[in-house]
Design a protein around this ligand. Sequence first.
Ligand code: XMP
Length: 326
Amino acid sequence: SWTTENVVEDAIAAIRAQVGDKRVICGLSGGVDSAVAAALVQRAVGDQLTCVFVDHGLLRKGEAEQVEKDYVAATGVRLKVVDAADRFLQALAGQTDPETKRKIIGREFIRVFEQAAAEIVAEAGSHGETVEFLVQGTLYPDVVESGGGTGTANIKSHHNVGGLPEDLTFQLVEPLRRLFKDEVRKVGEELGLPAEIVWRQPFPGPGLGIRIIGEVTRERLELLREADAIARAELSAAGLDRDIWQCPVVLLADVRSVGVQGDGRTYGHPIVLRPVSSEDAMTADWTRLPYDVLARISTRITNEVADVNRVVLDVTSKPPGTIEWE
Ligand code: XMP
């Protein structure tokens, strides 16, 4: 029968059987899924595991610090931090197609993991050894929506499923592959992870890279990071964190509209707020946020973020819209 305890026990046994006494790495994204997957693997094989946090330059404000502090403090896991922003931004330069962007990000993640794996082996002085296993926090909906399920259309290449390169040398360890998000949260609680990690709202592995509609550049990322931080701060201040599933903040980088700010005409970009309510992200409804909260977010973003002169609300459910714009 399905109990969280059984799921944890089975997962640990399966990880031990798959991995044996080999070394494993796990990419931590700061999200719930990779955190719980890593905690399971750590429970199963202890310090055969090294976690790798890739700062791809597509993170939200404060995210890198949060993983470095919170997660390590909670689990004592061995963590390697890789600053890979330049490499991701170079690879994304000039790219505007959503699936192309997703596949580039998925590929670059793997290349960074390969390099990190080689360094981990070298640092341990274990010459000739290789890291054969890569842990991913893939969930059941990721598998289905990347076309991995039976008879399902390929909607998006999730960075850790359909976005992987074909010449992948790692064997994947995916202990959450049959779970939904609410089940993953229960497993995280069972494993004793802190509430800030277990109840964190979902954030996609490709990060802000798929929330800039158009080419991803450093300047655009900075702009979106500011707008996103404002929206998150105001939603938290209003006590709405647990009422919404997540609220992507999206920059329509190639769209401009006329505004009037200060004493002059502006020609700036719109920011889209996409608050959604959901059980499992397979379907979702747009969240009816209080107007005063929306007003505060709008006022602050247009006042504080240069080049943004309009904030719009996405009132589309899923289907027909997906949660993320790309
Ligand atoms: P969509 O946009 O497909 O999103 O309705 C469903 C849920 O998945 C998240 N998402 C991702 N998570 N890697 C992830 O780890 C990805 O590539 C990815 N793409 C979307 C999205 O934020 C939402 O919670």
